[in-house]
Design a protein around this ligand. Sequence first.
Ligand code: 13P
Length: 254
Amino acid sequence: MERKLIIAANWKMNKGPAETVEFLEAFLPGVDAVTDRCDVVVAPPSVSLAAAGALLADSVVALSAQNCSQFDEGAFTGEVSTSMLNELGTQYVILGHSERRSIFGEEDAVINAKVRKALAADLKPIFCIGETIEEREGGRLEDVLRTQVRDGLAELSAQDMNDTVVAYEPVWAIGTGVTASPEQAQEAHAFVRSLLADLFGAEVAAQVRIQYGGSVKPGNSAELMGQPDIDGALVGGASLEPDSFRALIDNAFA
Ligand code: 13P
């Protein structure tokens, strides 16, 4: 099954509207040279989505949010709804990122509610999973991934899975400079795909794109993207500069 690569920039809490515009003005020229082989997605902070959405309206680069509320509207101070994201031209939303799980206490049930809310609003979830170093070293990698996948994707249909991207991000590789080896990443991705096959059938599992995230850089994107079950990258630090993000994408085909 041919799966198109998808490489996404997760800027986390970096770049207000002015810096977002500055980045995109430098990054967008010429990016259409790669988008037939790779979907490119940029996820600015929510206050910068409007500025990015205006520049990306007719662009081959897609816009993603970094979170959304599981509620429609009302008394939820500080939250952003899916309809607000729709209004800004958002196409994807990152959900279940390990920083949301560990710092903001989001558990599988809440993440699942957000995933379903996003899909109902025609937003494509980038659904993140991954183990801590203690879990990996304690032999619990497969149990952790199984629970995150089963509970986070509960009640989704096969069609929903067609619209969902999974991101495997081992927590110990995020922002640490320590990347999972291509073999470690491939093994985890193949396991995640087998979990998806158990839940949604082999045909659905074969077309779901699974990104790797955790210290992806221009220097290691080729090796990682060359693995059979790695279909893209979710990139933090190396996506903050246009040249570095572009080099990482170009190298992914090397
Ligand atoms: P780094 O690329 O900075 O390790 O961040 C990975 C990540 O968390 C992307 O969502």
